[in-house]
Design a protein around this ligand. Sequence first.
Ligand code: NDP
Length: 478
Amino acid sequence: GTAQIGVTGLAVMGRNLARNFARNGFTVAVHNRTASKTRALVDEFGDEGTFVAAESAAEFVAALERPRRLVIMVKAGEPTDAVIEEFAPLLEEGDVIIDGGNAHFADTRRRERELRERGIHFVGVGISGGEEGALHGPSIMPGGSAESYESLGPLLERIAAKAPDGAPCVAHIGPDGAGHFVKMVHNGIEYADMQLIAEAYHLLRSVAGYSPAKIAETFRSWNTGRLDSYLIEITAEVLAHTDEATGKPFVDIVTDQAEQKGTGRWTVQIALDLGVPVSGIAEAVFARSLSGHAALREASRTLPGPTAAPLGEADAARFADQVEQALYASKIVSYTQGFHQIQAGSEEYGWNIDLGSVAAIWRAGCIIRAAFLDRIRGAFDTQPDLPSLLSDKQFAEEIGAAQDDWRAVVAAAVHQGVPTPGFGAALAYYDALRAERLPAALTQGQRDFFGAHTYRRTDREGSFHTLWGGDRSEVSTS
Ligand code: NDP
Protein backbone atom coordinates (compact mmCIF):
# COMPACT_ATOMS: atom_id res chain seq x y z
CA GLY A 1 0.00 0.00 0.00
CA THR A 2 0.94 3.64 -0.46
CA ALA A 3 -1.25 5.43 2.08
CA GLN A 4 0.68 6.83 5.04
CA ILE A 5 -2.39 6.87 7.20
CA GLY A 6 -5.90 5.41 7.14
CA VAL A 7 -9.11 6.65 8.73
CA THR A 8 -12.08 4.36 9.35
CA GLY A 9 -15.33 5.89 10.60
CA LEU A 10 -16.26 8.83 8.41
CA ALA A 11 -18.89 10.72 10.39
CA VAL A 12 -18.12 14.43 11.04
CA MET A 13 -14.95 13.84 13.04
CA GLY A 14 -13.38 11.10 10.92
CA ARG A 15 -14.20 12.82 7.67
CA ASN A 16 -12.65 16.11 8.76
CA LEU A 17 -9.61 14.40 10.23
CA ALA A 18 -9.06 12.50 6.95
CA ARG A 19 -9.36 15.78 5.00
CA ASN A 20 -6.88 17.44 7.39
CA PHE A 21 -4.32 14.67 6.72
CA ALA A 22 -4.91 14.92 2.96
CA ARG A 23 -4.64 18.73 2.93
CA ASN A 24 -1.28 18.36 4.66
CA GLY A 25 0.06 16.23 1.82
CA PHE A 26 -0.45 12.72 3.21
CA THR A 27 -2.00 9.95 1.17
CA VAL A 28 -5.04 8.88 3.19
CA ALA A 29 -6.91 5.58 2.95
CA VAL A 30 -10.56 6.06 3.93
CA HIS A 31 -13.14 3.51 5.02
CA ASN A 32 -16.56 3.46 6.64
CA ARG A 33 -18.93 0.63 7.60
CA THR A 34 -21.54 2.17 5.33
CA ALA A 35 -19.57 2.51 2.10
CA SER A 36 -21.72 5.30 0.67
CA LYS A 37 -20.08 7.70 3.15
CA THR A 38 -16.65 6.77 1.83
CA ARG A 39 -17.73 7.50 -1.74
CA ALA A 40 -19.39 10.77 -0.68
CA LEU A 41 -16.17 11.94 0.98
CA VAL A 42 -14.09 11.29 -2.12
CA ASP A 43 -16.73 12.78 -4.46
CA GLU A 44 -17.00 15.96 -2.42
CA PHE A 45 -13.45 16.54 -1.26
CA GLY A 46 -11.30 14.34 -3.51
CA ASP A 47 -9.56 17.39 -4.98
CA GLU A 48 -8.20 18.46 -1.58
CA GLY A 49 -5.52 15.77 -1.63
CA THR A 50 -4.87 12.09 -2.28
CA PHE A 51 -7.50 9.70 -0.93
CA VAL A 52 -7.64 5.94 -1.44
CA ALA A 53 -11.24 4.81 -1.01
CA ALA A 54 -11.61 1.30 0.44
CA GLU A 55 -14.90 -0.61 0.44
CA SER A 56 -13.82 -3.56 2.57
CA ALA A 57 -11.64 -3.97 5.63
CA ALA A 58 -9.17 -6.05 3.60
CA GLU A 59 -8.92 -3.37 0.92
CA PHE A 60 -8.39 -0.73 3.61
CA VAL A 61 -5.56 -2.62 5.27
CA ALA A 62 -3.96 -3.40 1.90
CA ALA A 63 -3.96 0.30 0.99
CA LEU A 64 -1.68 1.22 3.93
CA GLU A 65 2.12 1.35 3.84
CA ARG A 66 3.95 -0.55 6.56
CA PRO A 67 4.08 -0.22 9.47
CA ARG A 68 0.38 0.50 9.04
CA ARG A 69 -1.17 3.42 10.88
CA LEU A 70 -4.93 3.30 11.03
CA VAL A 71 -7.16 5.72 12.87
CA ILE A 72 -10.51 4.57 14.21
CA MET A 73 -13.07 7.39 14.52
CA VAL A 74 -16.26 5.56 15.44
CA LYS A 75 -18.73 5.82 18.26
CA ALA A 76 -16.94 5.19 21.57
CA GLY A 77 -17.62 1.97 23.51
CA GLU A 78 -18.69 -1.31 21.89
CA PRO A 79 -18.43 -0.05 18.29
CA THR A 80 -14.73 0.64 18.91
CA ASP A 81 -14.17 -2.93 20.15
CA ALA A 82 -16.10 -4.29 17.16
CA VAL A 83 -13.97 -2.33 14.72
CA ILE A 84 -10.73 -3.35 16.47
CA GLU A 85 -11.80 -7.00 16.22
CA GLU A 86 -12.53 -6.53 12.54
CA PHE A 87 -9.10 -5.09 11.73
CA ALA A 88 -6.66 -6.64 14.22
CA PRO A 89 -6.61 -10.09 12.54
CA LEU A 90 -5.61 -8.41 9.26
CA LEU A 91 -2.66 -6.54 10.79
CA GLU A 92 0.96 -7.53 11.30
CA GLU A 93 3.49 -7.04 14.05
CA GLY A 94 4.49 -3.39 14.49
CA ASP A 95 1.32 -1.94 12.96
CA VAL A 96 -0.38 0.85 14.91
CA ILE A 97 -4.09 1.18 15.67
CA ILE A 98 -5.05 4.69 16.75
CA ASP A 99 -8.36 5.27 18.55
CA GLY A 100 -9.33 8.92 18.15
CA GLY A 101 -12.76 8.53 19.74
CA ASN A 102 -13.77 9.69 23.19
CA ALA A 103 -12.88 6.39 24.86
CA HIS A 104 -12.79 5.92 28.61
CA PHE A 105 -9.11 5.61 29.57
CA ALA A 106 -9.78 2.30 31.35
CA ASP A 107 -11.00 0.84 28.03
CA THR A 108 -7.88 2.21 26.37
CA ARG A 109 -5.68 0.51 28.97
CA ARG A 110 -7.44 -2.80 28.35
CA ARG A 111 -7.27 -2.52 24.56
CA GLU A 112 -3.60 -1.52 24.65
CA ARG A 113 -2.76 -4.56 26.79
CA GLU A 114 -4.72 -6.98 24.63
CA LEU A 115 -3.25 -5.69 21.39
CA ARG A 116 0.29 -5.51 22.77
CA GLU A 117 0.05 -9.26 23.41
CA ARG A 118 -0.74 -9.65 19.71
CA GLY A 119 2.25 -7.49 18.68
CA ILE A 120 0.12 -4.50 17.66
CA HIS A 121 0.63 -0.98 19.02
CA PHE A 122 -2.51 0.67 20.28
CA VAL A 123 -2.55 4.42 20.67
CA GLY A 124 -5.49 6.07 22.46
CA VAL A 125 -5.68 9.64 21.26
CA GLY A 126 -7.70 12.39 22.88
CA ILE A 127 -8.78 14.88 20.23
CA SER A 128 -10.36 18.20 21.12
CA GLY A 129 -11.72 20.98 18.97
CA GLY A 130 -14.96 19.56 17.59
CA GLU A 131 -15.48 19.17 13.86
CA GLU A 132 -13.85 22.51 13.01
CA GLY A 133 -10.78 21.55 15.01
CA ALA A 134 -10.57 18.15 13.31
CA LEU A 135 -10.45 19.92 9.95
CA HIS A 136 -8.28 22.96 10.67
CA GLY A 137 -6.13 21.71 13.54
CA PRO A 138 -7.19 20.06 16.80
CA SER A 139 -5.35 19.73 20.07
CA ILE A 140 -4.12 16.12 20.13
CA MET A 141 -3.36 14.04 23.24
CA PRO A 142 -1.85 10.66 22.27
CA GLY A 143 -1.15 7.88 24.75
CA GLY A 144 0.73 4.71 23.87
CA SER A 145 4.22 3.29 23.55
CA ALA A 146 7.08 5.71 22.87
CA GLU A 147 7.94 3.56 19.84
CA SER A 148 4.52 4.05 18.26
CA TYR A 149 4.77 7.80 18.84
CA GLU A 150 8.00 7.87 16.85
CA SER A 151 6.13 6.62 13.80
CA LEU A 152 2.94 8.60 14.43
CA GLY A 153 4.16 11.85 15.98
CA PRO A 154 5.43 13.55 12.80
CA LEU A 155 2.03 13.05 11.11
CA LEU A 156 0.11 14.36 14.11
CA GLU A 157 2.39 17.39 14.37
CA ARG A 158 1.47 18.34 10.82
CA ILE A 159 -2.30 18.25 11.36
CA ALA A 160 -2.39 19.67 14.91
CA ALA A 161 -3.30 23.23 15.83
CA LYS A 162 -0.35 25.58 16.20
CA ALA A 163 0.13 27.60 19.40
CA PRO A 164 0.88 31.33 19.10
CA ASP A 165 4.62 30.53 19.25
CA GLY A 166 4.21 28.08 16.35
CA ALA A 167 4.55 24.88 18.38
CA PRO A 168 2.17 22.07 17.29
CA CYS A 169 -0.49 21.26 19.90
CA VAL A 170 0.42 17.59 20.27
CA ALA A 171 2.76 15.77 22.63
CA HIS A 172 3.27 12.16 23.66
CA ILE A 173 1.36 12.20 26.96
CA GLY A 174 2.47 8.80 28.26
CA PRO A 175 1.77 5.06 27.97
CA ASP A 176 -1.60 3.35 27.34
CA GLY A 177 -4.56 5.37 28.71
CA ALA A 178 -2.64 8.59 29.49
CA GLY A 179 -3.89 10.47 26.43
CA HIS A 180 -7.55 9.64 26.95
CA PHE A 181 -7.21 10.42 30.66
CA VAL A 182 -5.85 13.89 29.90
CA LYS A 183 -8.62 14.44 27.32
CA MET A 184 -11.16 13.43 29.96
CA VAL A 185 -9.80 16.00 32.43
CA HIS A 186 -9.71 18.59 29.62
CA ASN A 187 -13.45 18.06 29.24
CA GLY A 188 -13.97 18.26 33.00
CA ILE A 189 -12.19 21.62 33.05
CA GLU A 190 -14.32 22.63 30.06
CA TYR A 191 -17.47 21.89 32.12
CA ALA A 192 -16.11 24.01 34.99
CA ASP A 193 -15.14 26.91 32.69
CA MET A 194 -18.62 26.87 31.14
CA GLN A 195 -20.33 26.78 34.53
CA LEU A 196 -18.27 29.72 35.83
CA ILE A 197 -19.10 31.73 32.72
CA ALA A 198 -22.77 30.84 33.15
CA GLU A 199 -22.69 32.04 36.76
CA ALA A 200 -21.04 35.32 35.70
CA TYR A 201 -23.80 35.78 33.12
CA HIS A 202 -26.51 34.98 35.67
CA LEU A 203 -25.11 37.56 38.13
CA LEU A 204 -24.75 40.26 35.49
CA ARG A 205 -28.31 39.61 34.40
CA SER A 206 -30.02 39.24 37.80
CA VAL A 207 -27.91 41.36 40.14
CA ALA A 208 -26.48 44.04 37.82
CA GLY A 209 -29.64 44.09 35.70
CA TYR A 210 -27.73 43.96 32.40
CA SER A 211 -29.41 42.92 29.14
CA PRO A 212 -27.96 39.99 27.13
CA ALA A 213 -26.59 42.49 24.60
CA LYS A 214 -24.86 44.47 27.33
CA ILE A 215 -23.47 41.24 28.84
CA ALA A 216 -22.17 40.28 25.38
CA GLU A 217 -20.31 43.62 25.33
CA THR A 218 -18.95 42.94 28.81
CA PHE A 219 -17.62 39.50 27.78
CA ARG A 220 -16.15 40.98 24.63
CA SER A 221 -14.16 43.44 26.68
CA TRP A 222 -13.09 40.72 29.15
CA ASN A 223 -11.84 38.77 26.15
CA THR A 224 -9.21 41.42 25.49
CA GLY A 225 -7.67 40.85 28.95
CA ARG A 226 -6.46 37.96 31.05
CA LEU A 227 -9.67 35.96 30.41
CA ASP A 228 -8.90 35.88 26.66
CA SER A 229 -10.20 32.47 25.55
CA TYR A 230 -12.35 30.66 23.04
CA LEU A 231 -15.17 30.02 25.51
CA ILE A 232 -15.41 33.73 26.49
CA GLU A 233 -15.37 34.66 22.81
CA ILE A 234 -18.25 32.33 21.85
CA THR A 235 -20.18 33.37 24.97
CA ALA A 236 -20.26 36.94 23.63
CA GLU A 237 -21.45 35.60 20.26
CA VAL A 238 -24.24 33.52 21.77
CA LEU A 239 -25.43 36.37 24.02
CA ALA A 240 -25.44 38.88 21.16
CA HIS A 241 -27.53 36.59 18.97
CA THR A 242 -31.22 37.41 18.38
CA ASP A 243 -33.80 34.73 17.65
CA GLU A 244 -35.10 35.29 14.16
CA ALA A 245 -38.61 33.95 14.77
CA THR A 246 -39.42 36.04 17.86
CA GLY A 247 -36.92 38.90 17.82
CA LYS A 248 -36.02 37.97 21.42
CA PRO A 249 -32.50 37.37 22.73
CA PHE A 250 -31.54 33.84 21.71
CA VAL A 251 -30.70 32.89 25.34
CA ASP A 252 -34.29 33.63 26.32
CA ILE A 253 -35.87 31.17 23.90
CA VAL A 254 -33.60 28.17 24.59
CA THR A 255 -34.84 25.60 27.14
CA ASP A 256 -32.75 26.04 30.28
CA GLN A 257 -31.86 22.35 30.75
CA ALA A 258 -28.22 21.54 30.02
CA GLU A 259 -27.37 18.16 28.55
CA GLN A 260 -24.15 16.19 28.73
CA LYS A 261 -22.46 13.32 26.97
CA GLY A 262 -20.53 11.96 29.93
CA THR A 263 -16.88 13.01 29.94
CA GLY A 264 -17.49 15.52 32.76
CA ARG A 265 -19.17 12.78 34.78
CA TRP A 266 -16.23 10.42 34.13
CA THR A 267 -13.82 13.09 35.37
CA VAL A 268 -15.67 13.37 38.66
CA GLN A 269 -16.13 9.60 39.04
CA ILE A 270 -12.41 9.03 38.57
CA ALA A 271 -11.55 11.96 40.84
CA LEU A 272 -13.61 10.30 43.58
CA ASP A 273 -11.67 7.07 43.08
CA LEU A 274 -8.34 8.91 43.16
CA GLY A 275 -9.41 11.04 46.13
CA VAL A 276 -8.76 14.31 44.31
CA PRO A 277 -11.00 17.28 45.25
CA VAL A 278 -12.24 18.53 41.88
CA SER A 279 -15.13 20.37 43.52
CA GLY A 280 -15.46 22.96 40.73
CA ILE A 281 -15.85 20.27 38.06
CA ALA A 282 -18.26 18.31 40.26
CA GLU A 283 -20.44 21.40 40.83
CA ALA A 284 -20.50 21.99 37.09
CA VAL A 285 -21.70 18.45 36.41
CA PHE A 286 -24.31 18.71 39.18
CA ALA A 287 -25.49 22.11 37.92
CA ARG A 288 -26.24 20.54 34.55
CA SER A 289 -28.12 17.64 36.11
CA LEU A 290 -30.07 19.96 38.42
CA SER A 291 -31.14 22.07 35.45
CA GLY A 292 -32.54 18.95 33.83
CA HIS A 293 -34.88 18.06 36.72
CA ALA A 294 -37.82 19.95 35.25
CA ALA A 295 -40.52 18.51 37.50
CA LEU A 296 -38.52 19.10 40.67
CA ARG A 297 -37.83 22.69 39.63
CA GLU A 298 -41.48 23.25 38.78
CA ALA A 299 -42.56 21.91 42.17
CA SER A 300 -40.02 24.15 43.94
CA ARG A 301 -40.79 27.42 42.22
CA THR A 302 -42.86 28.76 45.13
CA LEU A 303 -40.09 28.31 47.74
CA PRO A 304 -39.36 31.66 49.37
CA GLY A 305 -36.38 33.72 48.21
CA PRO A 306 -34.60 36.79 49.53
CA THR A 307 -36.04 40.27 49.28
CA ALA A 308 -32.80 42.08 48.41
CA ALA A 309 -33.19 44.65 45.65
CA PRO A 310 -31.04 44.49 42.53
CA LEU A 311 -28.21 47.03 42.23
CA GLY A 312 -28.73 50.53 40.92
CA GLU A 313 -27.03 51.58 37.72
CA ALA A 314 -24.22 53.33 39.58
CA ASP A 315 -23.18 50.15 41.40
CA ALA A 316 -23.70 47.81 38.47
CA ALA A 317 -20.51 48.70 36.60
CA ARG A 318 -18.41 48.27 39.74
CA PHE A 319 -20.13 44.92 40.35
CA ALA A 320 -19.36 43.78 36.79
CA ASP A 321 -15.66 44.43 37.45
CA GLN A 322 -15.90 42.37 40.63
CA VAL A 323 -17.51 39.51 38.69
CA GLU A 324 -14.51 39.53 36.34
CA GLN A 325 -12.24 39.11 39.38
CA ALA A 326 -14.41 36.29 40.76
CA LEU A 327 -14.48 34.54 37.39
CA TYR A 328 -10.72 34.74 36.97
CA ALA A 329 -9.96 33.57 40.52
CA SER A 330 -12.42 30.66 40.22
CA LYS A 331 -10.89 29.72 36.88
CA ILE A 332 -7.44 29.51 38.45
CA VAL A 333 -8.93 27.12 41.03
CA SER A 334 -10.56 24.92 38.34
CA TYR A 335 -7.26 24.52 36.54
CA THR A 336 -5.47 23.90 39.83
CA GLN A 337 -7.92 21.06 40.53
CA GLY A 338 -7.76 19.64 37.00
CA PHE A 339 -3.96 19.57 36.97
CA HIS A 340 -4.00 17.98 40.41
CA GLN A 341 -6.15 15.19 38.97
CA ILE A 342 -3.75 14.67 36.07
CA GLN A 343 -0.85 14.54 38.53
CA ALA A 344 -2.72 11.99 40.67
CA GLY A 345 -3.62 9.84 37.64
CA SER A 346 -0.04 9.99 36.44
CA GLU A 347 1.20 8.70 39.80
CA GLU A 348 -1.50 6.03 40.11
CA TYR A 349 -0.85 4.57 36.67
CA GLY A 350 2.87 5.33 36.32
CA TRP A 351 2.45 7.61 33.31
CA ASN A 352 5.05 10.24 34.17
CA ILE A 353 2.97 13.02 32.58
CA ASP A 354 4.67 16.37 32.03
CA LEU A 355 2.10 18.95 33.20
CA GLY A 356 3.86 21.80 31.39
CA SER A 357 3.49 20.05 28.06
CA VAL A 358 -0.20 19.33 28.76
CA ALA A 359 -0.77 23.07 29.30
CA ALA A 360 1.28 23.77 26.16
CA ILE A 361 -0.86 21.61 23.87
CA TRP A 362 -4.09 23.11 25.24
CA ARG A 363 -3.02 26.59 24.09
CA ALA A 364 -4.69 26.17 20.70
CA GLY A 365 -7.13 23.87 18.91
CA CYS A 366 -9.10 22.66 21.91
CA ILE A 367 -12.27 24.04 23.51
CA ILE A 368 -10.52 25.39 26.63
CA ARG A 369 -7.81 27.18 24.65
CA ALA A 370 -6.89 30.40 26.40
CA ALA A 371 -4.08 32.91 26.65
CA PHE A 372 -3.72 31.97 30.31
CA LEU A 373 -2.58 28.41 29.47
CA ASP A 374 0.74 29.78 28.27
CA ARG A 375 1.34 31.06 31.80
CA ILE A 376 0.35 27.69 33.28
CA ARG A 377 2.84 26.07 30.91
CA GLY A 378 5.48 28.52 32.13
CA ALA A 379 4.71 27.79 35.78
CA PHE A 380 5.08 24.00 35.36
CA ASP A 381 8.04 24.23 32.96
CA THR A 382 10.12 26.35 35.32
CA GLN A 383 8.99 24.48 38.48
CA PRO A 384 8.36 20.82 37.54
CA ASP A 385 7.85 19.91 41.22
CA LEU A 386 5.25 22.59 41.88
CA PRO A 387 2.85 20.99 44.40
CA SER A 388 -0.09 22.93 42.98
CA LEU A 389 -0.77 25.72 40.53
CA LEU A 390 -1.73 27.84 43.53
CA SER A 391 1.83 27.42 44.83
CA ASP A 392 3.12 29.37 41.85
CA LYS A 393 4.05 32.86 43.02
CA GLN A 394 2.40 34.68 40.14
CA PHE A 395 -0.93 32.82 40.32
CA ALA A 396 -0.94 33.11 44.12
CA GLU A 397 -0.46 36.87 43.84
CA GLU A 398 -3.22 37.23 41.26
CA ILE A 399 -5.74 35.22 43.23
CA GLY A 400 -4.76 37.15 46.35
CA ALA A 401 -5.41 40.42 44.55
CA ALA A 402 -8.81 39.14 43.37
CA GLN A 403 -10.02 37.69 46.64
CA ASP A 404 -11.81 40.70 48.13
CA ASP A 405 -13.93 41.15 45.02
CA TRP A 406 -14.40 37.39 44.73
CA ARG A 407 -15.79 37.27 48.29
CA ALA A 408 -18.01 40.28 47.61
CA VAL A 409 -19.47 38.56 44.54
CA VAL A 410 -20.17 35.29 46.36
CA ALA A 411 -21.74 37.28 49.23
CA ALA A 412 -23.89 39.28 46.80
CA ALA A 413 -24.99 36.05 45.10
CA VAL A 414 -26.04 34.60 48.47
CA HIS A 415 -27.89 37.81 49.43
CA GLN A 416 -29.69 38.01 46.12
CA GLY A 417 -30.44 34.28 45.89
CA VAL A 418 -28.50 33.64 42.70
CA PRO A 419 -26.97 30.13 42.70
CA THR A 420 -23.20 30.25 42.16
CA PRO A 421 -21.99 26.76 43.11
CA GLY A 422 -18.87 27.14 40.94
CA PHE A 423 -17.70 30.43 42.42
CA GLY A 424 -18.60 29.24 45.91
CA ALA A 425 -16.87 25.86 45.63
CA ALA A 426 -13.74 27.49 44.22
CA LEU A 427 -13.63 29.99 47.07
CA ALA A 428 -14.17 27.25 49.66
CA TYR A 429 -11.30 25.26 48.12
CA TYR A 430 -9.06 28.32 48.29
CA ASP A 431 -9.95 29.01 51.92
CA ALA A 432 -9.56 25.34 52.89
CA LEU A 433 -6.08 25.20 51.40
CA ARG A 434 -5.14 28.41 53.19
CA ALA A 435 -6.44 27.31 56.58
CA GLU A 436 -3.94 26.79 59.38
CA ARG A 437 -6.23 24.18 60.97
CA LEU A 438 -9.21 22.41 59.40
CA PRO A 439 -12.15 20.94 61.30
CA ALA A 440 -11.00 17.56 59.96
CA ALA A 441 -9.55 17.07 63.46
CA LEU A 442 -13.10 17.01 64.83
CA THR A 443 -14.14 14.60 62.09
CA GLN A 444 -11.33 12.26 63.18
CA GLY A 445 -12.54 12.53 66.78
CA GLN A 446 -16.07 11.56 65.75
CA ARG A 447 -14.80 8.65 63.68
CA ASP A 448 -12.77 7.41 66.62
CA PHE A 449 -15.78 7.81 68.94
CA PHE A 450 -18.31 5.80 66.94
CA GLY A 451 -16.04 3.40 65.08
CA ALA A 452 -12.69 3.23 66.89
CA HIS A 453 -11.12 4.35 63.61
CA THR A 454 -8.11 5.86 65.47
CA TYR A 455 -6.36 9.19 64.89
CA ARG A 456 -2.87 10.61 64.66
CA ARG A 457 -1.58 13.32 67.01
CA THR A 458 0.09 16.59 66.13
CA ASP A 459 2.76 16.08 68.79
CA ARG A 460 3.70 12.37 68.58
CA GLU A 461 4.14 9.63 65.98
CA GLY A 462 1.75 6.66 65.82
CA SER A 463 -2.01 5.94 65.88
CA PHE A 464 -4.18 6.40 68.92
CA HIS A 465 -7.63 5.57 70.20
CA THR A 466 -9.51 7.12 73.08
CA LEU A 467 -11.62 4.75 75.23
CA TRP A 468 -14.76 6.86 74.72
CA GLY A 469 -17.08 4.29 76.33
CA GLY A 470 -14.77 3.80 79.31
CA ASP A 471 -12.52 6.09 81.30
CA ARG A 472 -11.57 8.14 78.20
CA SER A 473 -7.91 7.35 78.55
CA GLU A 474 -5.87 7.13 75.39
CA VAL A 475 -4.29 3.96 74.07
CA SER A 476 -1.62 3.67 71.41
CA THR A 477 -2.71 1.34 68.59
CA SER A 478 0.41 1.26 66.45
P1 NDP B 1 -20.27 9.23 15.91
O1 NDP B 1 -19.83 9.12 17.29
O2 NDP B 1 -21.65 9.70 15.64
O3 NDP B 1 -20.06 7.81 15.21
C1 NDP B 1 -20.50 7.54 13.89
C2 NDP B 1 -19.50 6.68 13.16
O4 NDP B 1 -19.31 5.44 13.86
C3 NDP B 1 -19.97 6.33 11.78
O5 NDP B 1 -18.86 6.34 10.91
C4 NDP B 1 -20.52 4.93 11.96
O6 NDP B 1 -20.55 4.17 10.77
C5 NDP B 1 -19.53 4.37 12.93
N1 NDP B 1 -20.00 3.19 13.66
C6 NDP B 1 -20.91 3.16 14.66
N2 NDP B 1 -21.07 1.89 15.11
C7 NDP B 1 -20.24 1.10 14.36
C8 NDP B 1 -19.95 -0.29 14.34
N3 NDP B 1 -20.53 -1.14 15.21
N4 NDP B 1 -19.05 -0.74 13.44
C9 NDP B 1 -18.45 0.11 12.58
N5 NDP B 1 -18.68 1.43 12.55
C10 NDP B 1 -19.57 1.93 13.43
O7 NDP B 1 -19.25 10.13 15.03
P2 NDP B 1 -18.46 11.48 15.38
O8 NDP B 1 -17.71 11.80 14.15
O9 NDP B 1 -19.32 12.51 15.99
O10 NDP B 1 -17.42 11.04 16.51
C11 NDP B 1 -16.47 10.01 16.31
C12 NDP B 1 -15.69 9.80 17.59
O11 NDP B 1 -15.00 10.99 17.92
C13 NDP B 1 -16.57 9.48 18.81
O12 NDP B 1 -15.90 8.56 19.63
C14 NDP B 1 -16.70 10.82 19.49
O13 NDP B 1 -16.96 10.67 20.87
C15 NDP B 1 -15.34 11.41 19.23
N6 NDP B 1 -15.26 12.86 19.27
C16 NDP B 1 -16.26 13.64 18.77
C17 NDP B 1 -16.19 15.02 18.82
C18 NDP B 1 -17.28 15.84 18.23
O14 NDP B 1 -17.22 17.08 18.37
N7 NDP B 1 -18.27 15.24 17.57
C19 NDP B 1 -15.03 15.70 19.39
C20 NDP B 1 -14.00 14.81 19.81
C21 NDP B 1 -14.13 13.46 19.76
P3 NDP B 1 -21.86 4.16 9.83
O15 NDP B 1 -21.72 5.38 8.94
O16 NDP B 1 -21.74 2.90 9.08
O17 NDP B 1 -23.06 4.22 10.71
